[in-house]
Design a protein around this ligand. Structure first.
Ligand code: HEM
Length: 128
């Protein structure tokens, strides 16, 4: 079970299922929905491409969009501590809704995303 990258262990089908569950939650979350552009297919495709490389699979995001510069790309959107917690709560619920991902792999992914989410915070809770 410790073999290969997280991408190998989770696999592209489970990753796509996970991200569908994730954006189903984000798009109705009162703290999150309003800051997204609203083209949920585009948002999902970008996140799928990014996560594929992030988990150790092929660098799809780099190939399509260039260097992620994730923090810079989030600056147009006010990412507050409350929104970072909400994003992670949606991810936790999405992982629970995807039982084909092994629990130790889910925990490893969640821990890695917690660090990235904290790094994305660019506004305090009194802004937008
Ligand atoms: C894009 C919000 C954390 C990866 C976006 C967009 C928003 C957003 C509003 C624009 C969507 C679009 O252009 O379609 C947030 C919030 C977060 C968060 C509120 C809370 C902390 C993360 C994390 C990751 C991530 C942890 C990576 C693991 C991405 C990627 C894009 C994106 C890859 C597409 C960038 C682009 O090409 O423009 N995010 N995000 N985000 N986010 Fe996040």
């Amino acid at each position: 079970t410790e073999e290969g990258t997280l991408y190998d262990r989770i696999g592209p089908d489970n990753l796509l299922t996970l991200l569908r569950h994730f954006y189903d939650r984000v798009r109705v979350h009162p703290d999150l929905a309003s800051i997204f552009p609203g083209d949920w297919n585009e948002t999902l495709n970008k996140q799928y491409a990014f996560m594929t490389g992030f988990l150790g699979g092929p660098p799809l995001y780099h190939q399509k969009y260039g260097h992620p510069r994730l923090r810079a790309r989030h600056l147009p959107f006010p990412v507050t501590p409350t929104r970072a917690r909400a994003w992670l709560a949606c991810m936790k619920a999405a992982l629970e809704a995807t039982p084909d991902i092994r629990r130790e792999d889910a925990a490893e992914l969640y821990a890695a995303l917690t660090k990235v989410a904290q790094h994305m915070v660019n506004s305090d809770d009194t802004s937008g």
